[in-house]
Ligand binder design. Structure first.
Ligand code: ADP
Ligand code: MG
Length: 387
C-alpha cells in the first residue's frame, strides 16, 4: 500500500477539519451525509464542500451517493488522521518504507525527530472479510458500529496495552511507544522473522527459549494464540523477540489449553521441519507439554497479567468484540468475500444498517471510538468553532 505522507504537509487546517468531521460522523453512520459533515465542521461560505473535493482528490474520503449524498473515510484518510496525531505529539517526523504486510495490518518504518527509526503498525481489521462478518453474524446486524474503524482501533489498543505490559515484565517484545486510532508505534526489532532464517547456530537453544517463552507467558496468565515463525523475530546472537498481540487470550479462556497446545505444536513442527537436520544429534526434544502450567491456579492469581490488563482500559467487552471478530473470520473462507457476486447484496446490508441509525445523537457505546475519545480528539485537533 502506498502511503504518501507528503499530502499531509499540503493539507490545510480546514481540510483536516473536514476530514475529522467525516471521522466523527462515522460514529453513527457508515456513510456520513454531507449536511452532517457540514454541521460538524462549521466552516463558513460553503467551505466544507470545497474542502471535501480536495480530500476526495487525495483519496482520503470516498463519495457514495447510492442512497443519499455522503462520504466515508478511506484507509488512507484514517491513516492520515492517526499519523498527524503522532506528528503533533512530537513522536514522528516522517514515514518511510513498508517493512511488513499482514492479512490485517501494514507495517512501516517511521523516523523520529532524533533520526531514530521506529516501526508503525497500522491495523486493518475487516480488510478482507468485513462484509462477510457484517452480513452473517446476527448480533452484528443490530450494531451499525461494528465497523473497521472500531475493530482496528480495538486491535491497536489491545496490542499496545499487551506490548507495554509484557515489556514491563521483562518479556522480549518491541518497546511500546504510543498508540492512536488504529496505529501502534513501537521500536524496530533488529533481525528477521524466523520464517526467513535458513540456518541457526544453536537451534536447540533457540527452540528451548521459544518454548520457555510460551510457558512463561502462561505462567503470567496469557496465551499468544498465533505463536509461529512469522511472529518471532531473530536478531543478533539469535536473540528472540515476539511480536503481534491482538489475538492473545487469558488462561481462563474456555479454549485456553487448546490454544496453548497449538502454539507449542506450531513451533515444534516448524523446528522439526526446518532445523532438525541442523542440530547436533539430528533431532529436537519432542515436546515440552510436561511444562504446561495449571491454568486454573494461574487464573486465580491476582498478580497475573491478564487481570492487570483488564485495568489498563482494554475491557472485557473489547476483548469479546475482538474475539468474536477473529473467530468469525477464521471460520470463513476469506476468498469467498473478495470481489464476488455476494458483493452488491452485502453492501445493501451496510446501507440498511445506516438507515436504522441515521438519527443524530443516537448513541451506542460500541460505536466507533467512545464519546470521551471523540471529545478528546476534538480538543486535540482544536475543533472548536471556526474563526
Ligand atoms: P500481522 O498482525 O499482520 O501479522 P505483525 O505484527 O506480525 O502483523 O507484523 C508483520 C510483519 O512486519 C512481521 O512479520 C515483521 O516482519 C514485520 N514487523 C512487525 N513489527 C515489527 C517491528 N517492531 N520491527 C521490525 N519488524 C516488524
Ligand atoms: Mg504476524
Amino acid at each position: 500500500m502506498k502511503l504518501d505522507v507528503n499530502v499531509l504537509r499540503y493539507l490545510s487546517k480546514d481540510e483536516f477539519r473536514v476530514l475529522t468531521a467525516v471521522e466523527m460522523g462515522m460514529k453513527n453512520h457508515q456513510i456520513v451525509p454531507i449536511e452532517l459533515i457540514e454541521r460538524i465542521a462549521r466552516l463558513k461560505h460553503g467551505g466544507t464542500y470545497k474542502n471535501i473535493r480536495t480530500l476526495l482528490r487525495h483519496k482520503l474520503v470516498h463519495h457514495d451517493s447510492s442512497k443519499y449524498d455522503g462520504y466515508r473515510l478511506t484507509n488512507l484518510g484514517y491513516d492520515f488522521l492517526a499519523i498527524r496525531t503522532m506528528v503533533n505529539r512530537g513522536l514522528i517526523v516522517g514515514v518511510g518504507r513498508q517493512i511488513g504486510v499482514g492479512k490485517e495490518s501494514d507495517i512501516f518504518e517511521v523516523v523520529a525527530e532524533d533520526g531514530q527509526t521506529y516501526a508503525l503498525k497500522l491495523h486493518r481489521l475487516g480488510r478482507t472479510s468485513f462484509r462477510a462478518v457484517k452480513s452473517k453474524r446476527d448480533y452484528l446486524k443490530h450494531r451499525s458500529s461494528f465497523n473497521w474503524l472500531y475493530l482496528s482501533r480495538l486491535a491497536a489498543l489491545k496490542e499496545y496495552a499487551f506490548m507495554k505490559a509484557l515489556g514491563d515484565h521483562g518479556f522480549p517484545v518491541p518497546k511500546a511507544v504510543d498508540w492512536n486510532r488504529h496505529c501502534v508505534l513501537m521500536s524496530l526489532v533488529p533481525g528477521y522473522p524466523l520464517v526467513q532464517i535458513k540456518e541457526l547456530q544453536n537451534p536447540e537453544q533457540v527452540f528451548e527459549t521459544i518454548i520457555a517463552l510460551i510457558v512463561r507467558l502462561a505462567n503470567h496468565g496469557l496465551i499468544h494464540c498465533d505463536f509461529n515463525e512469522f511472529n518471532i523475530m531473530v536478531g543478533d546472537n539469535e536473540a528472540v523477540t515476539m511480536i503481534d498481540f491482538p489475538q492473545m487470550v487469558s488462561v481462563s479462556h474456555r479454549n485456553a489449553e487448546m490454544y496453548f497446545d497449538r502454539d507449542v505444536e506450531c513451533i515444534l513442527k516448524f523446528f522439526n521441519k526446518r532445523f532438525a537436520s541442523n542440530t547436533k544429534d539430528g533431532s529436537l526434544p519432542s515436546s515440552s507439554f510436561d511444562d504446561r502450567p495449571d491454568f486454573e491456579t494461574v487464573a486465580n492469581l491476582s498478580a497475573s497479567l491478564d487481570k492487570q490488563l483488564e485495568a489498563s482500559g482494554f475491557t472485557h467487552q473489547d476483548q469479546k468484540d475482538l474475539e468474536d471478530y477473529i473467530q468469525s473470520t477464521s471460520a470463513e473462507d476469506d476468498m469467498n468475500f473478495h470481489e464476488d457476486d455476494s458483493k452488491s447484496k452485502s453492501e445493501e446490508h451496510l446501507s440498511d444498517d445506516d438507515d436504522d441509525n441515521s438519527s443524530e445523537g443516537q448513541s451506542d457505546d460500541a460505536e466507533g471510538a467512545p464519546e470521551s475519545d471523540i471529545t478528546k480528539l476534538a480538543a486535540q485537533l482544536d475543533l472548536g468553532p471556526s474563526e
